[in-house]
Design a binder for this molecule. Structure first.
Ligand SMILES: NC(=O)C1=CN([C@@H]2O[C@H](COP(=O)(O)OP(=O)(O)OC[C@H]3O[C@@H](n4cnc5c(N)ncnc54)[C@H](OP(=O)(O)O)[C@@H]3O)[C@@H](O)[C@H]2O)C=CC1
Ligand SMILES: O=C(O)[C@@H]1CCC=N1
Length: 270
């Protein structure tokens, strides 16, 4: 499906790099990937490390590539689109990974009937374990969605959702790696507090999160059912869970996702 198709990133930051690394590992040839990025040092880094084509010229990348992935910060979206709108032909899809910015807003910043697909990926795409949700803009075709799905399934799992749900996706899985990493760091701190070396504590914490996620995905059980299997009557786990709930563990997580979802909506209103 991607054969001979060139993918061009506008913005070569963290998320673009995660996708590039995942796409290369998924079999995409480096010569088919191009990145437009203003920072010379960053361009050099991406070229050296991944062998992709790099440029300082957004217009050249937009004109040369068959699929454009918009990967700049939401705050510079309108300026960037204004600069490249003359170079985007209407026969190519534009995939936006920008938090908060709706397909309607992007369509309004371009001319004609641009084929916009909005995606919210996350950084584990770097190791091909990304979680992405995809939504269709008004003029995107079914083939554009299939192609987008194909791209993001090369770097993990992907779901197609209604666009109104993408802010919630952003709050949950887009920002989610930050919450999970903080949880792993806190688990590791707790291990160190109780006498483990940092190395062993971080290894145990990360493997526990990884293994538990895999257990859940493979068994497809409800999390509460699997938790019950860890929780012996009168044992250690129920004591730990009680202390966590007293400190508002679940509520803190829900509040965090709510705040990130609200911020995604706010970015879309600017
Ligand atoms: N990071 C994440 O986990 C996720 C991010 N996203 C979305 O992805 C997008 C990128 O995020 P992220 O990679 O973290 O951000 P970064 O700041 O790491 O990347 C953005 C890149 O765009 C470059 N840039 C700035 N201005 C321009 C311009 N005019 N033309 C071309 N490139 C430009 C920046 O260069 P410079 O630094 O020199 O300004 C930077 O390298 C955001 O919209 C974000 O909402 C979505 C899902 C997850
Ligand atoms: O923090 C952000 O705004 C971006 C979007 C999701 C993850 N990182």
């Amino acid at each position: 499906m991607l054969k001979d198709k060139k993918i061009g990133f506008i913005g070569g930051g963290n998320m673009a790099e995660a996708l590039i690394k995942g796409l290369l590992a998924g079999g995409m040839p480096a010569k088919e990937l191009a990145v437009a990025e203003p920072a010379a040092g960053r361009r050099e880094f991406l070229r050296e490390r991944y062998g992709v084509n790099v440029s300082n010229d957004n217009n050249a990348v937009a004109a040369d590539c068959d699929v454009i992935i918009l990967s700049v910060k939401p705050q510079v979206c309108s300026e960037v689109l204004d600069g490249i709108k003359g170079s985007i032909s209407p026969d190519k899809p534009i995939i936006s990974i920008l938090a908060g910015i709706t397909t309607t807003a992007i369509e309004a910043m371009l001319s004609g009937t641009p084929r916009i697909v909005r995606v919210m990926p996350n950084t584990p795409a770097l190791v091909m374990e990304g979680a992405s949700a995809i939504s269709k803009g008004a003029h995107a075709t079914g083939d554009d969605i299939s192609l987008t799905r194909h791209i993001f399934e090369l770097v993990g799992k992907a779901w197609v959702v209604e666009e109104k749900l993408l802010d919630a996706v952003t709050g949950l899985s887009g920002s989610g790696p930050a919450y999970v990493l903080t949880f792993i760091e806190a688990l590791s701190d707790a291990g160190v507090k109780n006498g483990l070396s940092r190395d062993i504590a971080t290894g145990l914490a990360a493997q526990t999160v990884f293994g538990t996620a895999r257990l859940l995905l493979e068994t497809r059980e409800h999390p509460a059912v699997l938790r019950d299997k860890v929780t012996s009557p009168g044992g250690t786990t129920i004591a730990g869970m009680h202390a966590l709930e007293k400190d508002g563990f679940r509520s803190a997580v829900i509040n965090g996702v709510d705040a990130a979802t609200a911020r995604s909506m706010e970015l879309g209103k600017k």
